[in-house]
Design a protein around this ligand. Sequence first.
Ligand code: PEP
Ligand code: MG
Length: 550
Amino acid sequence: MVIYEGKAVFEGIAIGKIYVYTKQEQAVKRYKIDDVEEEKKRYGQAKEKTIEQLKALYDKAVKEVGEHGAEIFMAHQLMVDDDDFVESVESIIETEGVNAEYAVATTGDNFFKMFSEMEEEYFRGRAADIKDITERILNALSGAGQGGIVSDEPVIVVADDLAPSETVQMDKDKILSFVTVHGSANSHTSILAKTMSIPALIGCPVPLSDEVNGLMAVVDGYEGKLYVDPDTEVLAKKKELLLKEEEKKNLLERLKGKENITLDGQKINLYANIGNTKDLGLVLQNDAGGIGLFRSEFIYLGSDHYPTEEEQFVIYRQVAQTLAGKKVIIRTLDIGADKQADYFELPKEENPAMGLRAIRICLTRPEVFKTQLRAILRASAFGNISIMFPMIISVEEVKKIKVIVEEVKKELDDVGAEYDKNIELGIMIETPAAVMVADELAEEVDFFSVGTNDLTQYTLAIDRQNQSLDEFYDSHHPAIMRMLQMIADAAHRHGAWAGICGELGADLSLTKEFLAMGYDELSVSPGRILPIRKTVIETNVSEYKKETGR
Ligand code: PEP
Ligand code: MG
């Protein structure tokens, strides 16, 4: 038995034979050609064929991993057709009078170098994509087929690194796990592994030789280890773990498509929290009923300038379209405190958690706020979007916000832009002040979503960032529990609905309690949806209420 350590990018156990995947590297020869135009035409045809292949891969990936996971093949199509790339290939063919293969390989090498030397990590990451499309065009020129896995049984795929087009064209039923010698945690391989929910290791120095090919192995995505030719003891232990994991997964898997309804008929919506569009695959995979919290500030945090209306619109539209009519609650900018972006030039504060943050920034910088609202409203024409405002403390704030929303709607009307005229507006309840005036607030909005992370911080006066206060932090504190009941009741008294989108919403020991309190929605990280559904389905709320003396 030999053990190799790597970095786990997805948890889980895989047991099976190793399949060493090697690229079909093209040995490119340089030779002179007689007819430049004919050679350019040959390149043009290979380029078109490559784009066709990528379109087919895109369609395949959409079915397997959802629109977001498939996006890379859209990007590759654009790269194959990129003016700079095409011009470079054609110019080499023309000026040197050489074959298309050589011109493509040289251009690919040059672009690869250029991208790998760039400072920004994002662009360095694109170097692998250049390599990928270059090989694809070379394959098209030589008439070689697309690679894949040749095996009768599911295998642990071990490779140096895997390009997105390689992973997608592999038959998913044949893959138990990915293990790569190189690759980054943000690589598309790890994203795909996560979306496929299979264990994967990167940076694992396993030799890619015939000697390991076909050997029995175990991938432990908890420990980040690959056991090649495991001894009987290890194998037995891991088999037991795998069995337990599969039992759990099967149970949860069977809950997909099921309603979130209790034994006595009470329904609850289970939505997902997301930070960016990368999470959309998981939202679909875990059968979320919608998105209950899109933390839009991550768009701002990932940018070095105020994101433009257009930049934001494209993102919100993508989310709305991917969710295809299911609810998407976009929370407006919640920046400040622990979430800082330099270009906001926020003042240094004594108590940032109680400082200029979230809605306070939006109300003092109306142009920033309006840009975001315009983008969200425009995107609302493409799906079922609601808007939610964070860190509310008063009815006056909500009234001011509503005036601004109306102004933006009027601006859109003036230019004939489409948007959902009845878009739902809601607020986060995450300050004790908002709890105390919840009745008045509920008259102003369509829904409440409780931000228990901040509500707990402000109620217990415990900085949520300060680990040394953990022993004092009681997320089940009776003050919080009573507030949660008050919030749901206030919402319902005024015809609004109530949800919870803070971490507490995913606390399985409280699911029954939230049902008993009458919550209409829980929004949690995607992986928590099915376990909560299981609890909901097994709960009898009336009995629970009796047991707890309600
Ligand atoms: C919360 O405060 O509970 C919440 C959901 O918002 P965030 O964690 O983004 O502050
Ligand atoms: Mg919060």
